[in-house]
Design a protein around this ligand. Structure first.
Ligand SMILES: Cc1cc2nc3c(=O)[nH]c(=O)nc-3n(C[C@H](O)[C@H](O)[C@H](O)COP(=O)(O)O)c2cc1C
Length: 186
């Protein structure tokens, strides 16, 4: 499978960056192809402007950056996003990539795209148990899994929370292993 692997973190050597690398390693070993999109590294501009919302939703009428972003996304059969949890949500950079590239007539509405499978590897400082206590887990699943993947007709989708990122090196090593296994099993 061709996978667009999207990393959203300002530091390439962050835990998120290492998790993305581990996923890529596993996926490559399993025979998948990876197109690695480092949003900060590629200086993606996340701000949606007027040329990003034509009324007809036709690809050729979108801004050049959206056209290129969508063609790149659609050149894959799966998309995997790796990012830290910021304010119980995704970093603005990643949100902006979705705002702009996952647009009307491209990934939803009158269109057919090639993405069949989606996954997110989400890194919160809080543990999954902490997130459950205040219903964040359910809220995030509804917003990301239902609201983004399923809304865009990607029904083979999975969210993985790699929590407790401030619990030291040994704990974080487990996340690297989990990400590698996710790539291998993808
Ligand atoms: C702006 C900002 C907002 C954050 N918000 C949350 C949050 O809502 N919940 C949480 O558990 N951790 C939160 N954190 C902690 C990050 O999730 C944590 O730093 C990250 O998992 C560490 O991984 P990294 O080394 O790849 O950044 C936040 C961190 C930053 C910088």
């Amino acid at each position: 499978m061709k996978i667009l692997l999207v990393l959203c973190h300002p530091r390439r050597d962050s835990l998120s960056g290492n998790v993305a690398d581990a996923f890529a390693k596993g996926a490559l070993e399993a025979g998948h192809k990876i197109d690695f999109l480092d949003l900060y590294g590629e200086k993606f501009n996340p701000v949606l402007k007027v040329p990003d919302e034509p009324n007809d939703g036709k690809l050729e009428n979108y801004s050049k950056e959206v056209q290129e972003g969508f063609i790149r996304l659609n050149n894959n059969e799966a998309v995997v996003m790796v990012f830290p949890l910021w304010w119980w949500s995704m970093p603005a950079m990643l949100k902006g990539w979705i705002d702009r590239v996952w647009n009307y007539g491209l990934t939803y509405g009158p269109c057919q795209h090639n993405i069949k499978k989606g996954a997110m590897l989400i890194l919160p400082a809080h543990t999954e148990e902490d997130l459950k206590k205040r219903n964040y887990l359910e809220a995030i699943r509804t917003s990301f899994d239902v609201g983004i993947f399923n809304y865009n007709e990607i029904n083979d989708s999975e969210l993985t929370f790699l929590g407790g990122t401030d619990q030291g090196r040994e704990h974080c090593k487990k996340h690297i292993k989990t990400a590698y296994d996710k790539g291998l099993e993808f």
